[in-house]
Design a binder for this molecule. Structure first.
Ligand SMILES: NC(=O)c1ccc[n+]([C@@H]2O[C@H](COP(=O)([O-])OP(=O)(O)OC[C@H]3O[C@@H](n4cnc5c(N)ncnc54)[C@H](O)[C@@H]3O)[C@@H](O)[C@H]2O)c1
Length: 265
């Protein structure tokens, strides 16, 4: 589902830009795809879930957007040749949103997490972004233009209430990856930034939130968010569109909190 149904911006900052968003069959990635398309970008969404991609394309078409789709498993490197050849077919890439991620329902208590839990979560959240960046950057370097937006998390900066150390560490690593790539590729006209959302009630997160926190804990957490609400997918999509646009041309290596001020308290 696409959040609260608030209207999308009328801005058209991304006309003519080619964008790829990973893990975007639903959730934050799909909302970002709709937002980028609404601003004029030519958007490809990737996901491991073929039926989610079909549904996303259908919903996109209903709203007047043509989303291209690519089946891509961000876990494991086997599929990334298909992303590289897709970008080649597009003739280059202006915007990459490395969004695929999650805690894969691994245990959130550190002592319950196995090496395999660490490997899978790190592989999806960190290496998925690394592999996507590796496909995109040569084209961006050649064009001397690029916008990379990585999905970190509040978990990586301040800890998580619903996911474990493996997830928090992989999102912390996304922030470090973002800064290092910004440093290395800035001279090629490429910006690399990261967004750190607080809790956004996608279907996946709704389940974790209900299972892993009591009603009383959930109420107290919400009271501690200065803006007194959780995020909606459009909050994150708007931040992605900003960082993907030339309004953010002089911003790189930044980790932008999109969390209603939660981390201050
Ligand atoms: N929702 C939140 O509260 C929240 C908060 C902070 C950060 N994030 C981050 O934002 C990103 C998106 O989260 P979301 O809540 O929209 O997730 P989601 O689970 O709602 O959607 C994620 C999508 O990724 C796809 N996916 C899962 N495994 C994949 C794989 N191996 N390869 C390709 N695609 C795969 C799923 O099929 C799904 O369509 C993630 O990186 C997540 O860690 C989310």
């Amino acid at each position: 589902m696409i959040g609260s149904g608030r209207s999308m911006s009328e801005c058209r900052r991304l006309v003519g830009r080619k964008a790829v968003i990973t893990g975007a069959g639903r959730g934050l990635g799909l909302a970002a795809a709709m937002r980028l398309a609404s601003e004029g970008a030519d958007v490809t969404i990737t996901d491991v879930d073929t039926s989610a991609l079909d549904e996303a394309r259908r919903v996109g078409a209903q709203r007047g957007f043509t989303l291209s789709t690519l089946v891509l498993d961000s876990l494991g490197d086997a599929d990334h040749a298909s992303l590289a050849s897709h970008i080649e077919k597009l003739g280059g890439l202006d915007i990459l949103v490395a969004n695929a991620g999650g805690s894969l329902h691994t245990p959130y208590r550190f002592l319950d997490e196995t090496d395999e839990d660490w490997r899978r979560v790190t592989d999806l959240n960190l290496m998925g972004a690394v592999r996507a960046c590796r496909c995109a950057l040569p084209w961006m370097q050649r064009a001397r233009y690029g916008r990379i937006v990585n999905l970190g998390s509040k978990a990586g900066a301040y800890g998580s209430l619903i996911a474990g150390a493996n997830y928090a560490a992989s999102k912390g690593a996304i922030a470090a990856l973002t800064r290092q790539l910004a440093l290395e590729f800035g001279a090629s006209g490429i910006t690399v930034n990261c967004i750190q959302p607080g809790i956004v009630m996608t279907e996946r997160v709704k389940g974790l939130w209900a299972q892993r926190r009591t009603e009383e804990e959930r109420r107290r957490v919400l009271e501690d968010v200065p803006l007194r609400r959780h995020g909606v997918v459009e909050d994150v999509a708007a931040a992605v569109a900003f960082l993907a646009s030339d309004d953010a041309a002089f911003i790189t290596g930044a980790c932008l909190d999109v969390n209603g001020g939660q981390a201050m308290s």
